[in-house]
Ligand binder design. Structure first.
Ligand code: NAP
Length: 339
């Protein structure tokens, strides 16, 4: 079967529907390449769990995360991208065209763009798992309103997410305690200033969450001071975990090169070690991790995928594959010593 004959063949298949995925889709489709986005069953990425986004250019008053993502989805559809709302569960990068599988379909692609982003990290406590959805959450903007009027909510972490959560919760509950493992915040200066100056937000410095208390619902959080070893319980109704994210690369393990933390390793621009497979956004970028940089990477990955196709690599890879298969069926006779 040649590339041209395959019906389920796309020029570009994008896996993931955050800013990187939608931007990649928009660029590929506008360049007239047959483009599919496998958006996942919960599309939109991390911005779906965010409130007001104030640093994405073009929105002087800010824009709600879910609204921004809905706009990107609409723009991708208008550009001619086909979108399916299912999870990619497997990939086959040993054959060409590359294959991406959902639970019931196989999609072939001349170029694949991995834009699966990252998902929240957890503390790893048994009680955290048990009380997930019963007071433990990784998304204050989604679950915070459930605790309106509560006496106290705890946020763990010292980055921008933790500050954003604390500020959001301060409007809903009587008191917020931020538990951070160091004595300095990692968050941007402006977010630090807002949180530190908010009278409803307290800080427990140099402290670790060691247990979450409560049988049916969160009733308190036990913390330990790293310097003194002292333990104390903060009575609270909710614990919001904001300790960063891990890349969503499980299905690519063993299929492309990943680093020790699971981020996609890039080899040639935004290309992975597999020809025709590119990566964009938080799945490879642990340095910037912004919506706007993810969108930028999506644009770059699409432009590289387009160039890859226009330079005739799909045909070359098909020829190479044919030759390899032929060789496997009838290995060349090397016994005569002739070359
Ligand atoms: P982050 O910047 O990686 O911060 C994670 C925080 O959690 C750090 O303070 C870290 O402590 C702490 N932490 C990590 N593992 C921990 C553990 N096992 N136990 C306790 N604490 C732990 O993650 P983020 O806040 O989610 O932000 C991610 C990116 O998104 C950043 O680039 C950020 O600027 C961006 N962002 C921006 C906004 C905004 O501009 N409004 C909002 C949210 C996120 P250490 O400091 O000791 O490492």
């Amino acid at each position: 079967m040649s590339v041209a004959e395959s019906e389920s063949l796309y020029d570009v298949v994008v896996i993931g529907s955050g800013p990187a995925g939608y931007t990649a889709g928009i660029y590929a489709a506008r360049a007239n390449f047959k483009t599919l986005i496998i958006a996942g069953v919960t599309p939109g990425g991390q911005l779906m769990l965010t409130g007001l986004v104030e640093n994405f250019p073009g929105f002087p008053e800010g824009v709600q995360g879910p609204e921004l993502m809905d706009n990107m989805r609409g723009q991708a559809e208008n550009a001619g991208v086909e979108i399916i709302y299912d999870d990619a569960v497997e990939v086959d990068f040993n054959t060409y065209p590359r294959k991406v599988m959902t639970s019931d379909r196989v999609f072939q692609a001349k170029a694949v763009i991995i834009a699966t982003g990252a998902s929240p990290k957890w503390l790893g406590l048994e009680a955290e798992k048990r009380l997930l959805g019963r007071g433990v959450s990784s998304c204050a903007t989604c679950d915070g309103p459930l605790f309106r009027g509560a006496k106290c909510a705890v946020v763990v972490g010292g980055g921008d997410s933790a500050m954003e959560y604390a500020l959001f919760l301060a409007n809903l509950v009587e008191k917020v305690v931020v538990v951070h493992r160091r004595d300095k915040l990692r968050a941007s200066k402006i977010m630090q200033e807002r949180a530190l100056s908010n009278p409803k937000i307290e800080f427990a410095w140099n402290s670790l969450v060691v247990d979450v208390l409560g049988r049916e619902r969160v009733e308190g959080v036990k913390i330990r001071n790293k310097l003194t070893g002292e333990e104390r319980v903060i009575p609270c109704e909710a614990l919001f975990v904001a300790i960063g994210h891990a890349p969503s690369t499980e299905i690519f393990r063993g299929k492309i090169d990943l680093d020790d933390e699971g981020y996609v390793k890039l080899h040639n621009g935004l290309e992975t070690n597999v020809r025709g497979v590119f990566a964009a956004g938080d799945v490879h970028d642990k340095r910037y991790r912004q919506a706007i940089t993810a969108a930028g990477f999506g644009c770059m990955a699409a432009m590289e995928a387009i160039r890859f196709i226009e330079e005739g690599w799909p045909e070359k890879l098909m020829e190479e594959q044919k030759a390899r298969l032929k060789e496997q069926v009838s290995p060349p006779d090397r016994s005569s010593g002739r070359s």
